[in-house]
Each structure stands twice: as C-alpha cells, then as structure tokens.
Design a protein around this ligand. Structure first.
Ligand code: DLL
Length: 432
C-alpha cells in the first residue's frame, strides 16, 4: 500500500525530470530572493543558468549546520515572519541552537512525507499510534502526530516519560503501533517486564517506528523477537524538517522521497560525489521548502545509496541504515571507531542487556577507551570466575570488531543510565 501511488511509483525518468524542474526553480528563487544564497553562489562562481542537468547540483555550494547557527535565529528564512506557522528548535551540542521555521505549506509537505512513511510500514486507518517521541521543540513528537492523523489513524500523544502510564495506555487503548527512539522502546519493554506485562502476549502492538538515533540490525532482530512486532527505521533531521523518510514493509533501506529531497553521497574529506553502493556522507537538498530552504546540506550522516530497485515498487531511492556520523566518529589511537560498531558487536553476546556506555580518556598521551556493559539479571553471577569469563569474551569480541584493544567493565543489571530521548553512549573526557 502506498499513500500516493502516482508519485511513489512514478517511473524513474519522470521522477528525475520532476526533481530537475524543482531544483531549477529553487535555485532561481534563492538567487533572486536570498542574500545568503546569492553571495554563496557568487563566491562559488556558479549562476542558476549553470544548472542544466540534475548532475549539475554538484556545482552548488554546500551548507553546514554552522551556517544555520551563525545566522541565528532566522536570518536564513526567505519568508516574512507573519507567514510562519511553527518553529522547531534543535539543541546544538555547542553554542547556539538551530531554529527551523515552517510555513503552512512546509508543515503540509512534511506531514505528507510522514503519511507516506507510515503507510509504507503498513499503518493506516484503524491503527492506534502511540507517539512516544518528545513533543515540543523536538520534531519527532509533533511530526509523527500530524502524519498519523493524516492517514486516519488514532493518535495517543504520550510523548516521553511516565513509562508505567504509557504501558497502561498501550493496553487499555489497544495501541497497535508505537513511534519512539529504539532505546526508549527497550526501556519501555524493561519496565513492562518489571510490571509483569508481556508486550508480546498482553498487548496488540504490532509495529514500531524507530529513529532519531543510530541503531543496528541486531537491535532490530532483538526488538522484533522479544516484542513480537515489526520494527521500521525512520530518518530525518530538524534542518530538513524533521522525520520524513522511512523503510517500507521490505525493511531494507530508507526511501528518500525524490520529489521532496535530492540526495547525494559525497566523500566527507573531499566533498566529491560517490557512486551508489559506496558509503559516504549524505548531502540533502530539500526541494520544496518555503521558510528555510536547504541546498546541499551536509547531514554528517554516513550511508550509501542502494543501487537495486525496491521490490515494493516505489521508485524513490533507498539509503542503507546509517552507520555513524562523520562527527561522532571516535579516533582511538589512530583507528576510527563508531559507537554503532560497538553496539553491533555487543548485541551478539547473550549475557548482555544491550545497555552500554563508552568512556574515552587520554592517559599519558594515549587514547584509552573503556566500554561499560550491563549484564542481564539472569547472567549476573557472584562467582568471580564466571564474570571474568564474560568480561574476556566481551573484550575479545570488541577487539575483533574494532581492530583496537579496549577496556571492558561489567556493570550490574539496571545500573547504566537510561534515556527517554536520544541515548548518549559516549563520554569523551579527552582534552584535545
Ligand atoms: O532526530 C528527527 C527525527 C525524529 C528522526 C524522529 C527520526 C525520528 P535531529 O534531532 O535534528 O532530528 O537529529 C538528526 O539524528 O542527522 C542522525 O545523525 C540522527 N538520526 C535520525 N534518525 C536516525 C536513524 C531528528 N534512523 C540526527 N538512524 C541525524 C540513525 C538517526 N541516526
């Protein structure tokens, strides 16, 4: 089932033509009406007339998060304030946050992208969707809320927190789908266990729409098996509007709606385009945004375009699961390490609960990485030899996966921090 089959299944050549028309219109509009874009393009020696094919998009200058931060709060907006119907604000890790404004059309298009996304996961009228992403300045809650309403599903707007109540509502209101971060879903399932509720047997939950943070294929398998549901990967960033792009029922790659976004994968070092199938940094142009146009935005997310067409019949390109960020990559004694690699390795170890934390420090000029891993209650023993064996197994698995030796510390069940929003997996104590 597709929300808008005419667009979602449009033959590829037609879709490309549409993309090109939208790109060209956008570039002309911004060159005429945005000081920022005009001077950027002039500095870069490119004029809208130089955009003759879709491929010419690579002639346009990149945009990065700091461009938004430097123009705080709204200097990059291309509509007047009274045309705005909403702001979202994303918490920056440093300095000023980034503010995204939306016109009514921007909200409508964003909502359409989510209607497509939810329909692609088999959700529709008759479903009850619990939205357990944060509501408010974060885009997850309101985004999914509007999308679910648009397809005629019933929304339970729980937001995050008060997990026991969330579980009661899940049962009492016959929730069939939940939208939240993968780490919050794991937390919910642990609280359910403590309350004596089996999500698999005591609820009618059948789908989860998970995103906003990295998660692995192993984590999907674990969630699906434990909860008896199907878990779908959803992606977006606040700068692009919020969550917009999602897997379909094939669960094999995230469809990037071509009439809304032009996706490129580039070498993070050189900025040069990379071919389908090769991993690099994803760069996105949002083709139909009014309030805060986004051209060639460097997401910092690492993925690749999947070259094969999707068996679902949608012609819009897919990206593979994000494997990390250009900027959360840790360099440990010269070796690149992604927290997602650590997660991937740990989930293969049955004694562990899946909660972990990475502590990076520098001792005598050498990077040291300590991975704290939490054990499952049933695997936790008071025999030192048992614990040492597990610790050794974890250290060995991580060494193989990361190509670098790391310290391992076992933690008691329930002792590592839990997260309602995005999990913070890395504590970097190094002073650079
Ligand atoms: O996290 C928007 C969102 C809300 C996406 C709800 C999905 C669901 P930001 O707070 O701006 O926006 O963070 C965007 O989160 O650049 C990725 O690094 C990461 N991210 C988002 N979705 C995924 C995902 C929202 N499915 C940043 N897998 C992005 C891995 C993800 N990382």
């Amino acid at each position: 089932m597709a929300w808008d089959p005419r667009i979602e299944m449009m033959p590829e050549p037609e879709l490309k033509k549409l993309q090109f028309t939208l790109l060209k219109t956008l570039v002309y509009r911004l060159y005429s009406f945005s000081n920022f874009y005009r001077s950027r393009m002039d500095e870069h020696g490119v004029h809208p007339d130089d955009i003759q094919t879709l491929d010419d998009a690579k002639k346009l200058p990149f945009m990065v998060k700091s461009d938004l931060r430097d123009n705080y709060p709204d200097k990059l907006f291309t509509v007047s304030r009274d045309e705005l119907v909403r702001y979202h604000v994303s918490s920056g890790t440093t300095g000023k946050p980034t503010v995204v404004g939306y016109t009514q059309k921007d909200v409508d298009i964003w909502t359409t992208s989510l209607a497509r996304a939810l329909t692609a996961c088999g959700i529709g009228r008759g479903d009850v969707v619990q939205v357990s992403y944060g509501y408010g300045l974060f885009t997850g809650g309101l985004g999914l809320h509007y999308g679910a309403e648009r397809i005629g599903a019933t929304v339970v707007p729980t937001s995050v927190g008060n997990t026991e109540r969330q579980l009661e509502l899940m049962q009492d209101l016959h929730v069939t789908a939940i939208a939240c971060t993968p780490s919050y879903l794991i937390h919910i399932s642990e609280v359910a266990e403590k309350m004596g509720i089996s999500i698999k047997d005591d609820t009618v939950l059948r789908a989860a729409i998970l995103g906003a943070e990295p998660w692995s294929e192993q984590m999907r398998i674990r969630i699906e098996e434990q909860l008896g549901i199907r878990a779908y990967n959803i992606y977006g960033t606040s700068e692009l509007s919020g969550p917009m792009f999602c897997e379909c029922e094939e669960q094999n790659g995230i469809h990037m709606w071509s009439d809304l976004a032009l996706v490129e994968i580039v070498d993070p070092e050189t900025g040069e385009p990379l071919p389908p199938g090769t991993r690099g940094e994803m760069v996105v142009t949002i083709l139909q945004k009014e309030a805060l146009p986004i051209i060639r935005y460097r997401t910092g997310d690492i993925t690749s375009l999947i070259p094969e067409p999707c068996p679902c019949g949608r012609t819009h390109p897919r990206i593979e699961r994000l494997s990390g960020r250009v900027d959360d990559m840790l360099i440990i004694r010269g070796i690149n390490v992604f927290p997602s690699q650590v997660e991937h390795a740990l989930l293969g170890i049955p004694e562990l609960s899946g909660h972990f934390q990475i502590i990076v420090d520098r001792k005598q000029a050498l990077d040291v990485m300590l991975v704290q891993v939490e054990m499952k209650p049933e695997a936790f023993s008071d025999k030192i030899t048992d614990l040492m064996a597990v610790r050794q197994k974890v250290a060995h698995t991580l060494k193989n996966a990361l190509n670098v030796g790391v310290g391992v510390e076992l933690a008691e069940p329930g002792s590592l921090p839990r997260f309602e929003g995005k999990a913070k997996r890395v504590v970097d104590k190094r002073v650079m």
